[in-house]
Design a protein around this ligand. Structure first.
Ligand code: ATP
Ligand code: AMO
Length: 434
C-alpha cells in the first residue's frame, strides 16, 4: 500500500496512513477508541464523537473485530494511550470486514486448543506468541544457511519424488508416478552423497522429508524439515564439528536478533546459547550411564537401540546437548562406515538435546564393493540403487555428514511441548488439511 506507515513508526506530528486489523474497540460514551494492530504493534485511533464527522465516527466505531481497516490521520502525543501516541483520523476505510463470529480469538483473551489453532493458522498467527515462534524459526534457518555458506558449503535442492527409500522400507509414502510406483523422499541422503563426489564437494539442503510414521507423538511429523549437510574429505569428527557449529550459530542468532520474540515467549531471562563444547559419549558409555540412573525397568545391553525413556534419563544426567558416537554397526544404516579397526563399531553418531534426538550422521561408506555388500546385509536389492552405487565406481571421496531435524531444533530451543507448534501446517495421522 502506497505511503503506508507501520504503527511502530508513527511519530507525533506525522500525517500517516496506517493499515491493519481492528484489535479492539473501546466505546466510553463521548469518546471511542479503535486499537489498530499491524505486524509491528498496535496504535490507538481516537473518535471524539461530538467533534468529528458522523460518518467517520460511525465507520470507525462500527467495525467488527479483526476487520482490515485503513486509517489516514494525524499522529498526536497522548500519554493516556497505550503507546503514548494516537491517531486522530481524517478518514477510515474498512478494507475487508471480518465476520463477527470468529473461530479463534486473536486477542488471546479466550484461549484455544492446538487443533483449533492449527485449523485457523491465519488467525492464530495474529497472536504474538505463535508469531514469535515463526519469526524465530525463520531466523534459525537464516543463521544455519549463513553458517553453512561460511564453511564453504553449496546449497542444493534434491528431488522429493523418488524411486527408492533409504531410511527403512516401512516408513515410505507410496505415490503413483505416471502409472509407476514411486515414493515421497524420506531423506536427501543418497543425493547429497552423490553431490560430494561432484565438483561441489561440500553441500547442504534445507527441505522437506516425508515419513509414514504410524505413531502419533509430540515429536514426530509425517512431513518434517531436514537440515542436511554432507562434505567430501571429511570424517565423522569433522561432521560433528559442523553440526555443533550450526546449532550454536542458530542459538547465537536468536539471542542476538530475536530479543523481542523471546520476551513475548517469556524466555528472555532463561535463554542460553550453549557455550561449552558438546560432550561426545560413546554408545557404550551412554548405555552404562542410562543403566546407572536406575530409571529403566530393564537394563540395556550392547546392541539395543536407546528407548525414549533412556534418552530422557541420559539427557537429565548430561544436562545439555551431547553426542553419542561409536554405535553398533548393526543398528546403523548401510551407508554409514564402520571403524577400520573394528567392523562391529560404526562411525555413526547422534546429537541429542536433553529432551530428544536432534541429529543423525556419520562417516559414509565410500568404497564401492563394501557399499554394495552393505545393501545386501540390510536386505536391500543393490540393483534398484544402481543409480547411486554406480557413481562410487568413478572416484567417490571419503565423506561425512548429518541430518538435523529443523522442527526439533525450534521445539527444543523454545521449550515447545508439541512439535506441531513449530510447523505452520503440520502433517500427522489426523491432519491432511489445511
Ligand atoms: P476528551 O475531552 O478527550 O473527550 P474526556 O475525559 O472528557 O476526554 P471521556 O469520554 O469522559 O472523555 O473519557 C473517558 C475516559 O477515557 C477517561 O477515563 C479518560 O481519561 C480516557 N481518555 C480520554 N481521552 C483519552 C485518550 N486520548 N487516550 C486514552 N484515554 C483517554
Ligand atoms: P534420521 O532418520 O535420524 O537420519 O533423521 C535426521 C533427523 O531428522 C529429524 N526427523 C524428524 N523430525 C520430525 N518428525 C519426523 N518424523 C522425523 N524424522 C526425522 C530428527 C532426526 O534426528 N539420512 C540420515 C541423516 C544423515 O545421516 O545425514 C537421516 O535421515 O531430528
Amino acid at each position: 500500500m502506497e505511503n503506508r506507515t507501520y504503527t511502530a513508526d508513527a511519530e507525533p506530528g506525522d500525517d500517516v496512513t496506517v493499515a491493519g486489523w481492528a484489535h479492539e474497540l473501546r466505546d466510553l460514551g463521548g469518546i471511542a477508541f479503535l486499537i489498530l494492530r499491524d505486524k509491528t504493534g498496535k496504535i490507538q485511533v481516537k473518535f471524539a464523537k461530538d467533534e468529528m464527522d458522523d460518518d467517520l465516527v460511525e465507520t470507525g466505531t462500527g467495525v467488527s473485530r479483526e476487520s482490515v481497516v485503513k486509517v489516514v490521520g494525524h499522529v498526536e502525543e497522548e500519554p493516556r494511550a497505550p503507546t503514548g501516541v494516537e491517531v486522530v483520523p481524517e478518514s477510515v476505510e474498512v478494507v475487508a470486514p471480518a465476520d463477527p463470529e470468529l473461530p479463534l480469538d486473536p486477542s488471546g483473551k479466550v484461549g484455544a486448543e492446538l487443533p483449533t489453532r492449527l485449523d485457523n493458522r491465519t488467525l492464530d498467527l495474529r497472536r504474538d506468541e505463535p508469531k514469535a515462534v515463526f519469526e524465530i524459526r525463520a531466523e534459525i534457518l537464516r543463521a544455519v544457511r549463513e553458517y553453512f555458506r561460511e564453511v564453504d558449503a553449496t546449497e542444493i535442492n534434491t528431488p522429493k519424488i523418488v524411486a527408492t527409500g533409504t531410511e527403512g522400507g516401512t516408513e515410505l509414502f507410496p505415490i503413483t508416478y505416471f502409472g509407476e510406483e514411486a515414493f515421497m523422499n524420506q531423506s536427501p541422503q543418497l543425493f547429497k552423497q552423490l553431490m560430494v563426489g561432484s565438483g561441489l564437494e561440500r553441500v547442504f539442503e534445507i527441505g522437506p522429508i516425508f515419513r509414514a510414521e504410524e505413531h502419533n507423538t509430540p515429536r514426530h511429523l509425517n512431513e518434517a524439515t531436514s537440515i542436511d549437510f554432507e562434505s567430501a574429505f571429511a570424517d565423522h569428527r569433522e561432521a560433528m564439528d559442523v553440526c555443533e557449529g550450526a546449532v550454536r550459530a542458530a542459538y547465537e542468532a536468536v539471542a542476538e536478533n530475536c530479543a523481542a520474540e523471546l520476551e513475548v515467549l517469556g524466555l528472555d531471562d532463561e535463554f542460553e546459547v550453549p557455550e561449552e563444547a558438546f560432550p561426545r559419549l560413546s554408545y557404550e558409555e551412554a548405555i552404562e550411564r542410562i543403566n546407572a540412573t536406575g530409571e529403566l525397568d530393564d537394563q540395556l545391553v550392547w546392541g539395543d537401540d536407546l528407548p525414549t525413556e533412556g534418552e530422557k534419563a541420559l539427557g537429565r544426567d548430561v544436562g545439555g546437548h551431547y553426542f553419542i558416537t561409536d554405535w553398533p554397526s548393526e543398528i546403523k544404516p548401510f551407508y554409514i562406515k564402520d571403524h577400520d579397526d573394528d567392523s562391529a563399531l560404526s562411525t555413526g553418531f547422534d546429537m541429542m538435546h536433553p529432551r530428544m534426538e536432534l541429529v543423525s550422521g556419520g562417516q559414509r561408506e565410500h568404497r564401492h564393493d563394501q557399499l554394495v555388500a552393505g545393501f545386501e546385509q540390510q536386505g536391500l536389492d543393490p540393483e534398484s540403487f544402481e543409480y547411486y552405487t554406480k557413481m562410487f565406481r568413478y572416484g567417490m571421496p571419503p565423506h561425512a555428514g548429518f541430518g538435523l531435524g529443523g522442527e526439533r531444533l525450534v521445539m527444543t530451543m523454545l521449550g515447545l511441548d508439541n512439535i506441531r507448534e513449530a510447523v505452520l501446517f503440520p502433517r500427522d495421522r489426523q491432519r491432511l488439511s489445511p
